[in-house]
Design a protein around this ligand. Structure first.
Ligand code: ADP
Length: 476
C-alpha cells in the first residue's frame, strides 16, 4: 500500500514537532526539579551553619534541659524539622515531624542529603556531623517539599494535558503545509494527464515562483517540446514514406493490369512490362532499405564501433566502385589522394555508405561532360577534410538549408526519375554525426556543388613530406 506524500509529510512533521516539544518539556522539567533541589539544599546548609553557631554558644553554657526548651521554642517558630544526636551519647533533640521519618541515615564524615516522606509529606533531609566543644554531634535538618512538589505536579499535568493539543495542532499544521506545498504538483499532474497525442502542442502552465516547481514545469515543457518534434517528424516520415511507396506501387499495378488486359500481346511487350515492374520493385527495395536504415538510426544510440581506417585507400576503393556509373554518364572523376596518410576513427561500412551517397548525388546531378573532384587535405589540428566537388546543376539558395531533411528533393520530378527519394543526405548526416564529424555544403545554382566532410583524425600513417601528390583520373 502506498501512502500519499501529503500524509507522509504530515506524519514526519508531527513526529518531529512532537519529539522536539517533548524534549523541550523534559529538559524544562528536569531543570526545574534540580533548581528546586539546589535552592532547598542551599537553605538547609545555611540553617545547619546557623544551628552549629547556636550550639557552639549554648552547649557548654546551658543545661541539657534548658537547651531542649530553647530548641523547642526555636522549632515552634516555623515548620522546622530538626534532630540533634550526641554521637557518643543520648539524643539531644528531635522535632516531632522528623520523628515520623522511618530511618535517618548516619551522617558519617561527609554530609548526606536525600528526600524522604514524613507523615505523607515530602521532606528534604540534610545529615551532617559537626564537632562542637570537642564532642561530635549528628545534625539532621529537614525542609518541607510540599509546595515545590505541588508546583512540579502541576507542571507535569500541564505537560500531559498539552501533549494531545500540541499533537493535534501539529497534525493540522503539517497537513495544511503539505497540502499547500503539493498543490502545484497536483495541478501539474492534472495538466500533464490531459496531454495526449491529440494535443501534444499543449504546454503546462509555469508558476512564476522561481523555485523547483517552476523548474520542473519548464523541464516538462521542454520534454514535451522534444516529444512533439519527434512525433511530428515520425508522422511526417510515415506520410512521406507512404507517398513515396504509393507511386512505384501504382506504376507496378498499372503496368501489370495493362499487360494482363493485352489480348494479343507478344513476348517482347510482356518482357517490357516485366522489366518496368522489376525496375520499380528495385527502386522500392532501395527506398525501403533507406527508410529502414534511418528508422534504425533513430532508434539506436548513435554509437558505432569506430576503428582506425586509412582514409586514402578507403576513398580510392569507393571511387573505383562508383567509377562505372560516372563513365556511363561521361563524367570525369578525379581523386586527389595526396594526404592519404590520414587515419580516421570510423566504421568502414558506414563511412563507405557516406561517400557513396555523396558521389552518387554528384553523378546524378552533374550533366554529361562534367567533372567530379574528390580530395583529401589536412584541416585544423587533429582534423582531416574530404571534399567532393562537382560541376553539376548546383543547389539554389532557397533549397540549400533543406537538403538534409528527410524526403527533401529540390527538383521532385527529376529526382524521382533518377531514383532518389530524398533520403540520401539524411542518412549521410546521421553517419557524419555518428563519427563525431561535420558536413558543410557550398553550392551555386547552375555551377556545381562542393560537399565538405570534416573528420577527426587519429594519426598520419607517414609524414606528409614523404608523399608525392597523386591525382588519379578514375573515369573519363
Ligand atoms: P535524393 O535521393 O533525391 O538524391 P538526397 O537526400 O541525397 O536525395 O538529396 C536531397 C536533394 O539535394 C536532392 O534531391 C537534390 O535536389 C539535392 N542535391 C543533393 N546533392 C546534390 C548535388 N551534388 N548537386 C545538386 N543537388 C544536389
Amino acid at each position: 500500500m502506498t501512502i500519499p506524500i501529503r500524509i507522509r509529510l504530515t506524519a514526519v512533521y508531527c513526529a518531529v514537532f512532537w519529539l522536539s516539544t517533548a524534549l523541550l518539556e523534559a529538559v524544562a522539567y528536569v531543570s526545574l526539579t534540580s533548581a528546586i533541589d539546589a535552592v532547598v539544599d542551599r537553605e538547609l546548609r545555611e540553617r545547619a551553619d546557623g544551628l552549629e553557631e547556636f550550639l557552639n554558644e549554648h552547649v557548654s553554657r546551658v543545661s541539657a534541659s534548658k537547651l531542649q526548651t530553647e530548641l523547642t521554642s526555636h522549632v515552634a517558630l516555623g515548620p522546622q524539622f530538626l534532630e540533634i544526636d550526641y554521637v557518643a551519647g543520648p539524643r539531644i533533640f528531635q522535632s516531632k515531624s522528623l520523628a515520623a521519618v522511618q530511618t535517618l541515615r548516619h551522617a558519617g564524615s561527609s554530609p548526606l542529603i536525600w528526600t524522604a516522606q514524613s507523615a505523607g509529606r515530602p521532606l528534604r533531609i540534610l545529615a551532617l556531623r559537626r564537632k562542637i566543644n570537642g564532642r561530635s554531634y549528628d545534625l539532621y535538618l529537614g525542609a518541607d517539599l510540599t509546595i515545590p512538589f505541588e508546583i512540579l505536579l502541576r507542571f507535569r499535568l500541564l505537560i500531559f494535558l498539552s501533549a494531545p493539543i500540541v499533537l493535534g495542532c501539529a497534525s493540522l499544521a503539517g497537513y495544511w503545509v503539505g497540502k499547500r506545498a503539493l498543490e502545484p504538483v497536483s495541478r501539474l499532474t492534472f495538466a500533464a494527464k490531459s496531454i495526449s497525442a491529440a494535443n501534444l502542442s499543449s504546454r503546462l502552465s509555469e508558476p512564476n515562483s522561481g523555485d523547483e516547481l517552476q523548474d520542473l514545469a519548464r523541464t516538462l515543457n521542454g520534454m514535451l517540446g522534444r516529444i512533439e518534434d519527434a512525433f511530428r517528424e515520425a508522422t511526417q516520415f510515415t506520410a512521406n514514406a507512404s507517398h513515396e511507396l504509393r507511386t512505384p506501387l501504382a506504376l507496378i499495378r498499372t503496368t501489370a493490369e495493362v499487360a494482363l488486359l493485352r489480348v494479343s500481346g507478344n513476348a517482347d511487350s510482356y518482357r517490357e512490362a516485366l522489366y518496368r515492374v522489376l525496375r520499380e520493385a528495385e527502386k522500392n527495395t532501395v527506398l525501403l532499405d533507406d527508410m529502414l536504415r534511418l528508422s534504425r538510426a533513430d532508434s539506436i544510440a548513435r554509437v558505432l564501433a569506430l576503428q582506425p581506417v586509412a582514409l586514402g585507400p578507403h576513398i580510392e576503393q569507393v571511387c573505383e566502385r562508383i567509377a562505372p556509373l560516372a563513365r556511363e554518364k561521361n563524367l570525369l572523376l578525379k581523386c586527389d589522394l595526396a594526404p592519404s596518410s590520414f587515419c580516421v576513427p570510423a566504421d568502414a561500412g558506414y563511412l563507405r555508405r557516406l561517400w557513396l551517397i555523396l558521389l552518387d548525388n554528384a553523378i546524378k546531378y552533374t550533366p554529361a561532360g562534367g567533372t567530379i573532384d574528390v580530395s583529401i587535405r589536412p584541416g585544423a589540428p587533429g582534423f582531416v577534410i574530404c571534399e567532393i566537388e562537382d560541376s553539376g546543376i548546383g543547389i539554389s539558395d532557397s533549397d540549400l538549408p533543406h537538403i538534409f531533411e528527410r524526403f527533401f528533393r529540390a527538383d521532385k520530378a527529376r529526382s524521382r526519375e533518377e531514383g532518389g527519394a530524398g533520403l540520401g543526405l539524411s542518412i549521410a548526416r546521421w553517419i557524419v554525426e555518428a563519427h563525431h564529424a561535420s558536413i558543410e555544403v557550398e553550392s551555386t545554382a547552375g555551377r556545381g556543388s562542393r560537399f565538405r566532410v570534416i573528420l577527426p583524425a587519429v594519426a598520419r600513417l607517414r609524414p606528409a613530406g614523404a608523399l608525392t601528390p597523386s591525382t588519379r583520373l578514375i573515369s573519363q
